[in-house]
Design a binder for this molecule. Structure first.
Ligand code: HEM
Length: 733
């Protein structure tokens, strides 16, 4: 009979939120224990995800302990094949006679060459060039009220792996190119891995991830000749950004000193998007993540970046690795810009879902909630830095994403690209990607499976294993939020303002920073062949600031168009990098020019003072070797043939140094032009003057002898990073 029937079990569960998505009657299923089935499956739970017995790649078996250094492999005494067969010779292939052809049966030759042939994996499509370090994050505990994320609980220490990168260049490109830098941190938390995959700039080129392939294709080398490498100074990049004005704010950042950091240790980092924090009471706040470098925010100057790209393409990775090895870890504090979670998701008129916008720090303070210390270099570049896989979707309870359309696309892209880059779905099992907590994912098989899973129930629900592993509310719960809307391909109207924050950035710069931005635009646009593109970009700049546009146009020899820049924009002093007081100098390098007969004890005094602050002194001379004798000796670490000024944050000429090599004046002049601290003691000042250096200029420090006070004055000056007074008229910087 037709009528209104009781809802079926299936219908009931459809309307009971707590069981949504779960099967119907009999949930949770009970194990077969006690059932009447004959020969029932063994009821006792097997550990589904138990790891295989630990065996290092050398074949050494370790029971009950972690691999430790054995993971490094290749440390055994005897050379073997991959099968563990000891070899007697690896230098000669098996041949039919000493002058004969190689034999197909030479299994060792074929294995060795085959493995070599497959040593490379695809490099990342973006951020291919990177360098990384291990470390620890220590939480201060003051974020506990706004997020339940365990790694932010008071005193919690979490191991981390951080990879810095450039975006556009290939894996072998230079470190110091003008580009955005990736700042990706993997926290191995007690609740699973959390990845904060950020950049050293707080905004992005595009508002919607669907345009990521466009901006990257435009920035990459031209597809016909594959030039230029790792550069934005070419037609396709400027064609794209001049047509696509939402990139303007980001382009201002990229053309500023932020595009050429002095080192990874002197870079800020940003999560860019707005995230949502959830506390234990289920209350939410919106947040922007910041990394604040303890060493301050400092950059190279453009000529220095260009010289370094040739003289030392590994400039940044070397700086990081050397610094860590010398006992000067990289340090950053994690900052939260907390913003109320209002229905319109805006703050002071700024749309928080628009990744081309910042919230000025003067409007919302950055609260420091923990410290990141990077103090351990990777053991193997490939195994760790290359194989690490970051993903914006690696989240922990207490941190959620928002509807920022750039973020939404990223949630798809990272795992997808890693499937190709890392050769299948099991890259989470690689040591660098493994969470430091038990994994019970029910995922099975696939290429390069290294786990030997036990049990027979990699599915849910299951009755055989008591429906384990369990999924319940102790896990990650997406906070219920209403979603509704008309299906459209569109942005909110609030995304339409492409210029006001670019103007804000420009107006917040000091005179010297403005000069650098003008030079960068002029340099890049002068490399663009198509006149129409140069003119179009000038029209964009006219809408940012008339003075900026006019100065770039003057450099290009083009008329400056007029635009309609926003009026009444209030600058944000926090955006300027120019320091007001000396900062830390850990990791900085001071070059001391010397020769036989130079004041070696004076050098030793300077070294002692520098090392006490974590800085390094390197002796530069015409030829290598040792200066001085006995206890007071100094090793020449750099010859003038093998060094350039870019290696040093300051250059000092030791008393008594006599150098005739014509490379010395070049080194001193470059250091002077790049606004670095110069100094000399005793007769060393003569070498400065012989190089044409104005010894009365700001930041040129002279002393009769190298005593403690002169060392301190010099190191304090290095703490100001540059002597900007030499670059701009006094008072304008
Ligand atoms: C705010 C915007 C973005 C930031 C801050 C950002 C940051 C990063 C960083 C730091 C890396 C390097 C990770 C590493 O060190 O291994 C990276 C890689 C990557 N990003 Fe983004 N990205 C952004 C936008 C996007 C968008 C919109 C997409 C695509 C829709 C995307 C796709 C990728 C891909 C495919 C990789 C390579 C990942 C790999 O091969 O492991 N990114 N990104």
């Amino acid at each position: 009979m037709w009528g209104r029937a009781e809802p079926s079990t299936h219908q009931r569960v459809l309307f009971e939120p707590s069981t949504l998505g779960r099967p119907g009657a009999g949930y949770p299923p009970t194990p077969f224990e006690g059932s009447r089935r004959r020969n029932a499956m063994p009821p006792k739970r097997q550990r589904d995800q138990a790891a295989p017995k630990p065996t290092s790649p050398t074949g050494k078996v370790e029971v009950g302990v972690s691999f430790g250094d054995d993971r490094r492999a290749q440390a055994g005494e005897h050379l073997t094949t991959a099968q563990g067969l000891r070899l007697s010779d690896t230098d000669h292939s098996l041949k039919a006679g000493a002058r004969g052809p190689s034999l197909l049966e030479d299994f060792h030759l074929r294995e060795k060459i085959t493995h070599f042939d497959h040593e490379r994996i695809p490099e990342r499509v973006v951020h291919a060039r990177g360098a990384a370090a291990h470390g620890t994050f220590r939480a201060y505990g003051n974020a506990e009220s706004v997020t339940k994320a365990g790694f932010l609980a008071k005193g919690r220490e979490t191991p981390v792996f951080t990879r810095f990168s450039t975006v556009l260049g290939s894996r072998g490109s230079a470190d110091t190119v003008r580009d955005v830098r990736g700042f990706a941190v993997k926290f191995y938390t007690e609740e699973g891995n959390f990845d904060l995959v950020g950049n050293n700039m707080p905004v992005f080129f595009i508002q919607d991830g669907i345009k990521f392939p466009d901006v990257i294709h435009a920035g990459k080398p031209h597809p016909d000749r594959e030039i230029p490498q790792a550069q934005t100074a070419h037609d396709t990049f400027w064609d794209f950004v001049s047509l696509h004005t939402e990139a303007t704010h980001h382009v201002l950042w990229a053309m500023s000193d932020r595009g050429i950091p002095r080192s990874y240790r002197t870079m800020e980092g940003f999560g860019v998007h707005t995230f949502r924090l959830v506390n234990t009471a289920g209350e939410t706040s919106l947040v922007k993540f910041h990394w604040k470098p303890v060493a301050g925010v400092h950059s190279l100057v453009w000529e220095e970046a260009q010289i370094a790209a040739g003289a030392d393409p590994d400039f940044h990775r070397r700086d990081m690795a050397d610094g860590i090895e010398a006992g000067a870890p990289l340090e950053y504090e994690l900052g939260l810009q907390l913003l109320p979670d209002t229905p319109d998701e805006t703050f002071e008129g700024i749309d928080l879902l628009d990744p081309t916008k910042i919230v000025p720090e003067e409007l919302a303070e950055v609260v420091l909630v923990g410290k990141l210390t990077l103090d351990r270099n990777p053991t193997n570049y490939f195994a760790e830095t290359e194989q690490v896989a970051f993903h914006t979707g690696h989240l922990v309870p207490g941190i959620e994403i928002t509807n920022d359309p750039l973020m939404q696309a990223r949630m798809f892209s990272y795992l997808d690209t890693q499937l190709t880059r890392l050769g299948g779905p099991n890259f989470t099992q690689l040591p660098i990607n493994c969470p430091h907590v038990p994994v019970n994912d029910n995922l099975r098989d696939g290429m390069h499976q290294t786990a030997i899973h036990q049990g027979v129930t990699p599915y849910k629900p299951n009755g055989i294993d008591g429906d384990r592993p369990i999924a319940d509310d102790t896990g990650y719960v997406h906070l219920p939020r209403p979603v509704e809307g008309v299906k459209v391909r569109a942005n909110p109207v609030s995304f339409d303002d492409h210029f006001t924050q670019a103007t804000l950035f420009w107006l917040s710069m000091s005179a010297v920073e403005k000069a650098h931005i003008v030079e960068a635009f002029t340099f890049e646009l002068s490399k663009v062949y198509e006149m129409a593109i140069r003119e179009r970009e000038l029209a964009v700049l006219a809408n940012v600031d008339g003075e900026l546009c006019a100065r770039v146009a003057a450099g290009l020899g083009l008329p400056a168009p007029t635009g309609k820049p926003a009026k009444g924009v209030v600058p944000s002093p926090a955006l300027s990098q120019v320091p007001v007081a000396p900062g830390p100098i850990a990791g900085r390098v001071i070059g001391v020019v010397a020769s036989p007969g130079a004041d070696v004890p004076g050098i030793a005094k300077l070294r002692k003072a520098a090392e006490a602050r974590g800085a390094v002194v390197r002796v530069i001379a015409e030829v290598g070797g040792q200066l001085g004798k006995g206890a007071t000796k100094e090793v020449v670490e750099r010859t003038l043939l093998a060094t350039r000024s870019v290696e040093f944050d300051a250059v000092v000429v030791a008393g008594g140094a006599t150098v005739t090599d014509p490379r010395l004046p070049v080194l001193l002049q470059e250091a002077f032009r790049h606004c670095k601290v110069l100094g000399a003691w005793g007769g060393g000042a003569d070498l400065l003057r012989a190089a044409g250096i104005d010894t009365d200029a700001p930041g040129v420090l002279l002393a009769d002898t190298m005593v403690k006070a002169s060392a301190i004055a010099l190191l304090d000056a290095v703490g100001l990073h540059r002597v900007w007074d030499r670059a701009v008229p006094a008072g304008e910087a």
